[in-house]
Design a protein around this ligand. Structure first.
Ligand SMILES: *[C@@H]1O[C@H](CO)[C@@H](O)[C@H](O)[C@H]1NC(C)=O
Ligand SMILES: *[C@@H]1O[C@H](CO)[C@@H](O)[C@H](O)[C@H]1NC(C)=O
Length: 190
C-alpha cells in the first residue's frame, strides 16, 4: 500500500508540473524561410568584429579562441540595398583547434514584415569551409514560440574588394503558430 501511494504521489506531481497546455487553436506547424544575411567584415561600417582571442595570437577566423560579435542586416531577397526584415545578433567563436568549426550563438530578431517582433535562436557548429553547413534552431519567441529545427548556411556571394558577404540561410522550423503576430507578450499570458 505504501509503495502504491508513493507511486501515485509521483504521478500526481508529474501531472502537476506539466507545462500548461496551449489553447486549442494552436497546432505545431512547419515553416520554411530563406533569408539573405549581409555581412561586412572590414571598413567603417563593419557588421562583424573580432573582440577577443588568445593573447599573442592573431585574432582571425581560423585561429582557435577568436571571438566575433555580429550585427548583420537580414533581407528576404538577395538585394543588399533592400529594406532589412531583421538582424542577426550574436557571437561566433572559433571553437575547433584546427579552425574549421565556429560555435554559433545567434538571435535572429525580426523587425519588419510578417515575422516582426518574433525571434529565433540559433546555436551550433558551423563548418564554415563547407559549401553548406547545418546549424540547430533551439528556440524562438512570438510566432516561433517553442521553435525547434535547423538552418542551412551557405555563401551566396562574396566581394573581396568591399569585404561584403551575403549568406543564404534556409530555415526549417516546427513551432506553434500564433495568430497574434506582433504581440511579444504572448496571447495566453494576457
Ligand atoms: C558607412 O555608412 C555611412 C552612413 O550610412 C555612409 O555615409 C558611408 O558612405 C558608409 N561608408 C562606407 C565605406 O560604406
Ligand atoms: C535555400 O533555398 C533556396 C531557395 O529559397 C534554394 O535555391 C537553395 O538551394 C536552398 N539551399 C539549401 C542548402 O537548401
Amino acid at each position: 500500500m505504501v509503495l502504491i501511494s508513493k507511486l501515485s504521489l509521483t504521478l500526481l506531481l508529474a501531472l502537476a508540473i506539466t507545462i500548461p497546455p496551449l489553447s486549442q487553436s494552436k497546432e505545431l506547424k512547419e515553416t520554411y524561410m530563406s533569408f539573405y544575411v549581409n555581412d561586412y567584415s572590414a571598413g567603417p561600417n563593419s557588421t562583424v568584429a573580432a573582440i577577443a582571442g588568445i593573447p599573442g595570437k592573431q585574432w582571425t577566423v581560423t585561429q582557435f579562441g577568436t571571438i566575433y560579435i555580429t550585427d548583420d542586416p537580414i533581407m528576404d531577397n538577395p538585394d543588399p540595398n533592400s529594406a532589412p526584415i531583421g538582424r542577426s545578433l550574436g557571437t561566433y567563436v572559433t571553437s575547433a583547434l584546427d579552425g574549421l568549426i565556429l560555435h554559433v550563438s545567434i538571435s535572429v530578431v525580426f523587425t519588419a514584415k510578417e515575422y516582426m517582433g518574433s525571434t529565433l535562436e540559433l546555436q551550433g557548429a558551423y563548418k564554415h569551409f563547407e559549401r553548406r553547413s547545418e546549424i540547430s534552431v533551439v528556440s524562438g519567441t512570438g510566432q516561433f514560440r517553442f521553435a525547434r529545427g535547423y538552418a542551412t548556411f551557405e555563401t551566396y556571394s562574396w566581394d573581396p574588394n568591399t569585404a561584403h558577404a551575403i549568406f543564404l540561410w534556409n530555415f526549417t522550423v516546427l513551432h506553434y503558430h500564433s495568430s497574434n503576430t506582433n504581440n511579444m507578450c504572448g496571447d495566453h499570458w494576457v
